[in-house]
Design a protein around this ligand. Structure first.
Ligand SMILES: [Zn+2]
Length: 224
């Protein structure tokens, strides 16, 4: 099902390894969306080391999720500027507790989410993609065993250095991140699917990234 007109405000969902973030970047660049990324906002707050940043940091240092009220403050800080006419939420809402927060922002800032877009990738495919990533410790070039293999196995094309996994790409960490998605994000998807099926779009993310992009554009009504 294709949206009649491209949405001005949308939320994108996808498990780690779905390619969601690069898709969001591409849509943002080509269709003029401001990307709303709570992950980046959190990192920026920590760098500023203001009162908000210090509270964020103390939660993360304990290994806790950042509580929803803090996420709300953070978004309030970043969203209150006018001129935010096209917004693409990437990574928010992340918990069911954040769903009403988004509704509050919609009401207060007078916009409506017109599409909830899911990049649907199987658990197996996501894990295979994430554990297949390799990086050259010398020059930083990234490879992928399936999508972008080096010419010589496990060796950088540019300088011959032996490739490494990124530290957060171990099987345990990858599985943990998938579980977080299953526990926190999947209920949100179910919620929107039931509440507003007319705004819900699902794109098959188990394809090469380019094909996912083409399908997403079509589903969002951007081709006509
Ligand atoms: Zn290299």
């Amino acid at each position: 099902m294709v949206l009649p007109v491209p949405p001005d405000h949308l939320v994108i969902f996808g498990r780690p390894g779905s390619g969601k973030s690069s898709l969001a970047e591409r849509l943002g660049a080509e269709f003029g969306y401001d990307l709303i990324r709570t992950g980046e906002m959190l990192r920026a707050a920590i760098r500023r080391h203001d009162f908000l940043g210090q509270r964020v940091e103390s939660h993360l240092a304990k290994g806790d999720l950042v509580p929803d009220p803090l996420i709300f403050e953070l978004l309030e800080l970043n969203l209150k500027s006018p001129g935010t006419d096209r917004l693409l939420f990437d990574g928010f809402p992340r918990t069911m507790g954040q769903v009403p927060l988004l509704e509050q922002f919609e009401e207060r800032l007078n916009f409506r989410i017109e599409c909830y877009l899911e990049i649907a990738v199987s658990h197996e495919e996501a894990v295979a993609r994430m554990t297949g990533r390799r990086v050259c410790p010398k020059c930083g070039t990234t490879y992928h065993l399936i999508a972008r293999p080096p010419r010589v196995p496990e060796t950088c094309d540019l300088d011959g250095t032996r490739l490494e996994r990124r530290p957060d790409d171990t099987k345990e960490v990858v599985e943990f991140r998938q579980k977080i998605y299953d526990d926190y994000a999947v209920p949100i998807l179910r919620h929107y699917q039931e509440k507003c099926p007319e705004f819900y779009r699902k794109v098959d993310g188990n394809q090469p990234l380019e094909a996912v992009y083409v399908e997403a554009r079509r589903a969002l009504g951007m081709d006509g």
